[in-house]
Structures are given as structure tokens and as C-alpha cells.
Design a protein. Structure first.
Lengths: 455, 88
């Protein structure tokens, strides 16, 4: 403190204000502190009621208090977040009322991305203005693609992860690797070239009438990395290759927090490569469950036909019973006994002949009836066995229930269908019991699994 | 109205089996079929369902890589996921 001594004898005692002014004057006189950039990690951020932000930036040894005034802060695209590594630009000064040395921030950027972030924003704005990222351009994905093209590097874990996810979820599909560089010098061109090769391949297959073997969706993927590592996915050539690609493109680049221009250009952006693989194919377990529901619809439709047929068989039987030869024979006998009084033997003989003829018919007919009934029973049994194999009984035995509205017999699949006071019939494995809806519709599933609940 | 085809079920592709199953369900739901026809269609439907389910559970992912042959022709060749080469 050279300024504190003035040649007077004994120590000179300063007021607090004087001392802090000396420090302030020193700090303000140093060019290095008037305009500087400092990199560090953001600590806890406090925003005052006036809108100024107060936080420390720190490294492993030191920390520095920062203040960022409202107007400068609100002009910035980036805001301080605890834990974020940032580069701040501004000046050092002493806040005299507290004697505190502070960094007065003019601007703040995420660490390491300053120049790239500016380029990114500029390019994004330009390509967006061209309409390349328009929602209207986005194409729907095929529901069950027979082949999925994957543009990525085969050397990392990404390619294997994608194969594994698709192999687990939908192994009926095929995957077609189109290898490219995903990082460093020439990688943007390499990615663009992969799109071109794939497009030629698809065109050739279609030309040869083998279009069904062609991919119908393309995944563009890369594992996580720094913004510099991912930079080729912000290349304009890559963006234009995606937009011009004839197949819908799903991007899965880096981690969830990484966003590239390729993501904006893609028809669907997945947060990671594995998520992209999950997006393009259905899950076979879910699909099998929906197949089961189709089989259940088939079962109930057939059940109705069989029930109708059973009723028809029943009424046919009653009709046949009335026409049964034994009944007719009894009538004949009555008539025969009337005739007997005055009939000659010849007449009796004729009646006897008739009786024998009718008896023969009587022997045959029940067999025909029995056979028809037996056929019906066999068919019903066969249908029943088939129905049971797919029917709800097995499901009910596992503890599920079928809830129907008493009023119209409709199966309740949505809590909204069973509002308060709705009379319900609950069918469980051993029988049925009545119930009444007591609360309004609630969200969520109550079954142990989504699939195979109410049938 | 679908006629049960003669194609043996175990030779049907997944898509063909699924398509036929969906038509069978639709026909059965439309109703109006005679009993024998309904049961025949239903039994084929059950078999189609089993075919789809078994194809789903047994299928194995087919993995290929697009390679450029000498002379510039492009071809898809079978590879194992860990065998894919970095060639463009």
C-alpha cells in the first residue's frame, strides 16, 4: 500500500472508505482487469428483484463473484446455470459498499463453443429462412420397415447398439449399414457421400423390380462428443443431403443435450442413436399383444356364428322330433285300430306292410338325426377347443377381470366409460358379480401389464 | 370376401400371414358366413396368428453393409454387426 504512507511519523490510520478507494484505484488502473475473459464453472445463481444475476464462477482452487446486470443479461441468448462451464467477458471492479471484488459481466457463453455457437446460430437462421427445417417438410415414418438403412461409422458402439436394439425389438427387419466418417476432416463430405450411395442403391433395387428389398427409412447416427466432434452434423452439405434424401430420416446424434442442424433437418429427431433405433420399429411384444387382440376379435365373431348355428341345430332337432317316425307310427296305429274292426286280413296285412316300411324308416331316420347332431356337437367341440385356446378364460384364470356396463353390455376399456353410478358386471374366472362405478374417470392403468388386460 | 387360400401357412411371409389374418378377422366380424365356413376361416385365422407369433419370436435380424465394388458398382453384402468394415 504505497499510497498509504506520506512521510508523516508513525502509522497513518485510514478510514475504511479511504482504504477501499485505494484498492479500487489500483484495480481500475490495471489494464489486465479492465477488459478480460474468464472461464469457470457457474455456482449457485441468484436473480435479484431488479433482474440482476449474482453468482460465482470457480475452478478447483478459487472462485470469483460475478454480477450480470439485467439489461446485458436479457440481451443474451445464454443464461447462467449452476454447473455450466462458461466463458464470461467483462471487467473486474471493487464494489466499495461491501469492499468486495467483483466481476462485472458484459457477456457470457457456454465454454468452448463461443465461435462455433455463433456460427451455428447464424447457419441455423439462414437455413431455416430457406424453409429447410419447416414442419411441413417432415415425412411420416413407415410403421414396419422391412429394411432400415443406417448411416454411421461401424467402428464405434453406435452401430452395434442399433443392431442390438432393432434385433431385440423387431428382428423381422433387416439393417443396412452405409459406413461413413462421423468426425474430423472430410466427415461432412463422407456423410453426404453415404446418402448418395444409399440413394443409388435404392434406385437400382427399384429399377430391378426389387423395391420391396430396399430400405424405407434411414437412420443417421453418431455417439456423443464435444460440439467440435459433432461439428460435421452442422455442415450445410449434410443438412441438404438429409432434406433431399428420398427416404424419411431419423437423426440420433450425440446425447440428449446435443442438438445439431442435422437434427433440425431430419424428419424425426431422436435424442440418441439407440432411441433412433427404437423409434423406427415396433416392439414385437406390443405387436404380439395387438395380434392377440385381433385373434380375440376373431374368436368372439366366430363365437357368435357358432352360437347361432347351435340354436339352429336345436330348432332343427325339435322340428325333426315332430316328424319322428315313431310319432307318425303312433298315429298310424290309432288309425289301424279303427280299421281293425272292419278290416279284412288283407287290409291288416297292408297296414302291416306299411308299418314295416315305416319301421324301417324309423330305424334309419334317428340315425340320420343322430349323425347330424353328432356332427354339430363335434364342430362345436372343435370350435370350443379352439376358442378356449385363445379365449378369455385362461386370462381370467390369471386374475384379470372383464368389466361390462350392465346397460348395454359394452366392455369397459376407459375409466370414462364407467362414470359414477354406472351399473357394471364384473366377470372373473369363477363367475360374475355386479358392481357400480363410484368415482369419476381416473387416469392410468390398473392392470399388471398394459397388454392382455380387459379382453 | 376372403377364401382361405391353399398356401401352406408355414410358407407364408409375416406380412402375407398378417394381411390374411386381418382379412379373416374383418370377414368374421362382418358376419353372415355359414357355420362351416366360419369355423374353417377361424381355424385358419388361429393358424395364421400362430404363424405370425412364431415368426416374431424366432426371427433373426438380417445385417448387411453397402459396399462399392471395384468399378463403382454398389452391392449390399451380408455381415455380422461386429464385422462391418470402415470402407465407404
Amino acid at each position: 500500500m504505497a499510497a498509504a504512507t506520506s512521510g508523516a511519523p508513525g502509522p497513518r490510520i485510514l478510514a475504511v472508505t479511504e482504504a477501499t478507494r485505494v484498492v479500487a484505484a489500483l484495480v481500475r488502473a490495471d489494464d489486465r482487469l479492465r477488459d478480460l475473459w474468464v472461464e469457470g464453472e457457474v455456482g449457485r445463481v441468484t436473480i435479484s428483484t431488479a433482474g440482476h444475476a449474482y453468482f460465482a464462477i470457480k475452478d478447483d482452487k478459487s472462485q470469483l463473484q460475478c454480477v450480470w446486470f439485467r439489461d446485458d443479461r436479457l440481451r443474451s441468448a445464454f443464461q447462467p446455470q449452476t454447473g455450466l462451464r462458461v466463458v464470461v467477458h467483462g471487467r473486474m471492479d471493487l464494489y466499495e459498499p461491501q469492499g468486495a471484488l467483483q466481476f462485472y459481466i458484459v457477456s457470457l457463453q457456454p465454454s468452448g463453443v463461443g465461435d462455433l455457437a455463433i456460427q451455428f446460430e447464424e447457419r441455423k437462421a439462414r437455413l431455416a429462412a430457406e424453409g429447410l427445417f419447416d414442419a411441413a417438410r417432415k415425412r411420416p415414418l413407415p410403421s414396419r420397415p422391412p429394411v432400415i438403412a443406417v448411416i454411421t461409422s461401424p467402428t464405434g458402439a453406435v452401430w452395434k447398439d442399433i443392431c442390438q436394439v432393432i434385433g431385440r425389438r423387431w428382428p423381422l427387419a433387416g439393417v443396412l449399414l452405409v459406413a461413413c466418417k462421423v468426425q474430423g476432416e472430410g466427415s461432412a463430405q463422407s456423410i453426404e457421400g453415404a446418402f448418395r450411395r444409399l440413394e443409388r442403391h435404392v434406385e437400382e433395387l427399384r429399377h430391378d423390380g426389387r423395391g420391396a428389398a430396399a430400405p424405407s427409412v434411414t437412420i443417421l447416427a453418431r455417439g456423443g462428443g464435444s460440439m467440435e466432434d459433432l461439428w460435421s452434423f452442422n455442415d450445410e452439405r449434410v443438412v441438404r443431403a438429409i432434406v433431399g434424401h428420398p427416404l424419411p430420416v431419423v437423426s440420433g446424434i450425440g446425447h440428449e443435450v446435443d442438438v445439431t442442424l442435422a437434427d433440425f433437418a431430419a424428419d424425426v429427431r431422436a435424442p440418441t442413436p439407440s432411441a433412433a433405433a427404437e423409434l423406427v420399429v415396433p416392439n414385437r411384444a406390443d405387436f404380439a399383444a395387438s395380434l392377440g387382440r385381433g385373434a380375440e376379435r376373431m374368436r368372439s365373431a366366430t363365437g357368435r356364428v357358432v352360437a347361432d348355428a347351435a340354436r339352429n341345430v336345436g330348432s332343427e332337432r325339435r322340428l325333426l322330433d315332430r316328424l319322428h317316425p315313431a310319432a307318425r307310427l303312433a298315429a298310424s296305429r290309432e288309425r289301424a285300430s279303427d280299421l281293425l274292426d272292419r278290416a279284412t286280413r288283407a287290409t291288416r296285412a297292408r297296414i302291416g306292410d306299411g308299418r314295416r316300411a315305416e319301421e324301417r324308416t324309423a330305424e334309419r331316420l334317428p340315425a340320420v338325426v343322430a349323425q347330424r347332431l353328432a356332427d354339430g356337437v363335434t364342430q362345436l367341440a372343435a370350435a370350443g377347443a379352439a376358442l378356449r385356446s385363445l379365449g378369455p378364460q385362461a386370462t381370467l384364470e390369471r386374475g384379470y377381470a372383464i368389466v361390462r356396463r350392465t346397460a348395454d353390455g359394452a366392455v369397459v376399456r376407459d375409466p370414462a366409460d364407467a362414470g359414477p353410478g354406472t351399473a357394471l358386471a364384473v366377470r372373473v374366472a369363477r363367475g360374475e358379480f355386479p358392481a357400480v362405478g363410484v368415482v369419476g374417470p381416473v387416469a392410468g392403468s390398473i392392470g399388471p401389464t398394459g397388454a392382455g388386460g380387459a379382453g | 370376401m376372403t377364401q382361405p387360400t391353399d398356401t401352406p401357412i408355414d410358407r407364408l411371409s409375416f406380412d402375407d400371414a398378417l394381411g390374411e389374418l386381418q382379412r379373416a378377422v374383418a370377414d368374421l366380424e362382418t358376419g353372415g358366413l355359414p357355420l362351416e365356413r366360419s369355423i374353417a376361416l377361424y381355424e385358419r385365422g388361429v393358424a395364421l396368428h400362430e404363424r405370425c407369433a412364431s415368426l416374431l419370436s424366432e426371427a433373426e435380424l438380417k445385417v448387411q453393409q453397402l459396399v462399392t465394388r471395384a468399378g463403382g458398382a454398389i452391392a449390399a453384402i451380408d455381415v455380422r454387426p461386429d464385422e462391418a468394415v470402415d470402407a465407404e
